[in-house]
Design a protein around this ligand. Structure first.
Ligand code: GLY
Length: 393
């Protein structure tokens, strides 16, 4: 009954939006967004705050919410979602919840065993800092950057991504690692210590030189030789094959280089983001609604899953890239994705009791996990897209 009425609300708002599209589209969008977010996240304002239980995904087969500790690479997204809902709605209850969840991520500032510092610390404390000028949050960001710096290898010119599979890889660097650079750039802005900025630029340059194919796409994993500093192998871990274009990986590259351009204003980074964005939005296997299959080269297309998270990561980046390029194709893609994701095709049915808005993200093929499920980072980049589109207006 509630599901029906919830869908009715969405469709009702969607109709409202169609009718008055010319008059005041922004206001209608806001109503839809608030209806979606509050109906879903409001229920989880009482969700038990616990450093071991960050909501990550929902498994429809077991009807269970997957909860993870703060050390998981996704822990920052759940607080980040509450911060962003607060920014969208100005409802203090979401801000209070965001602060509580954010505090539980703090201990990760000492965790040098992973490169995922940006995802964990910047999506939580970084968003918090955007809401309030909080010295404690600034100190945590700088300490986290210091810890992340210990993974940088001067000879190779990169931050090491993973420590696992040390029998296979000497020094693996994954394209996802580009998403850590914002934390480093901000740490320099906060502290005045240029070390972090310089290190981010070196990582971006090494990745720029080695990680991209001539068609604009990116490999997922590069393995570097620790003695020669040269590339040993170009492979995948989460894509369908070594030479395929894993959709979310393309998203990390586009988003990452757009961010590097923001902090450096060097054209080579803008060119990189633009080339990979063009590859992504114009791909022959990109469906009409802008939500890609989880790997552009999957042999079973169209009979394989989409990845909402990849679409949202790129949609968010392309609002910013539009700002730098005035290329309408980029803004059109972002708007198309935002519209598609607000439709019943992608909104999680309301009778599913989980703190997520969107269904159909694709997690990790290497573990055969979270394939076609609601995943916290799908919501995160969707919310970021909505905020960026709102700010553009
Ligand atoms: N490592 C982040 C991802 O799975 O996209």
């Amino acid at each position: 009954m509630f599901r029906v009425s919830f869908l009715f609300i969405i469709l009702g708002f969607a109709c409202l939006s169609c009718k008055s599209e010319d008059k005041n589209k922004a206001v209608d969008d806001k109503e839809i967004i608030e209806a979606l977010l509050k109906a879903r996240y409001n229920k989880f304002l009482d969700y038990k705050v616990d450093s071991m239980a960050f909501a990550r995904s929902y498994n429809p087969k077991t009807a269970a919410i997957k909860k993870v500790p703060s050390k998981d690479w996704t822990s920052g997204f759940f607080p980040g979602n509450f911060w962003q809902i607060y920014m969208l709605t100005s409802d203090e209850a979401f801000k209070n919840k965001a602060k509580k969840w954010t505090a539980f991520v703090e201990k990760e500032k000492f965790n040098g065993g992973t490169h995922d510092m940006g995802f964990k610390i910047f999506c939580s404390f970084g968003n918090g800092l955007e809401v309030e000028n909080n010295q404690e949050y600034k100190d945590i960001i700088v300490k986290s950057a210091q810890t992340l710096s210990t993974r940088f290898n001067e000879h190779i010119g990169s931050i090491r991504s993973w420590d696992h599979h040390s029998d296979v890889w000497q020094f693996p660097v994954i394209i996802d690692n580009m998403m850590n650079l914002e934390l480093l750039f901000e740490a320099t802005k906060i502290s005045g210590d240029s070390t972090y900025h310089k290190l981010a630029v070196k990582h971006a340059n090494t990745t720029l030189k080695n990680h991209f194919r001539s068609d604009g796409s990116t490999w997922h994993v590069l393995d570097y030789d620790t003695i020669s500093g040269q590339v040993r192998a170009r492979v995948t871990h989460q894509g369908i094959s070594d030479d395929s274009a894993w959709a979310r990986g393309q998203g990390w590259a586009i988003n990452g280089y757009t961010t590097v351009y923001r902090y450096t204003k060097q054209k080579k980074y803008l060119d990189r983001a633009v080339a990979t964005a063009n590859y992504f939005i114009n791909h022959k296997n990109m469906p009409e609604d802008g939500i890609p299959y989880w790997d552009f080269d999957h042999p079973d297309i169209p009979n394989t899953s989409r990845d909402v998270s990849a679409a949202a990561i790129v949609a968010s980046a392309l609002v910013e890239l539009y700002h730098y390029t005035n290329n309408d194709a980029f803004l059109n893609y972002s708007k198309k994705v935002a519209k598609s994701l607000k439709s019943v095709d992608y909104i999680l049915p309301d009778d599913i009791d989980a703190p997520f808005v969107l269904d159909h993200s694709f997690g990790d093929w290497s573990h055969r996990e979270e394939m076609d499920e609601p995943i916290v980072y799908g919501d995160y980049y969707f919310l970021q897209t909505l905020l960026r589109l709102r700010d553009l207006e």
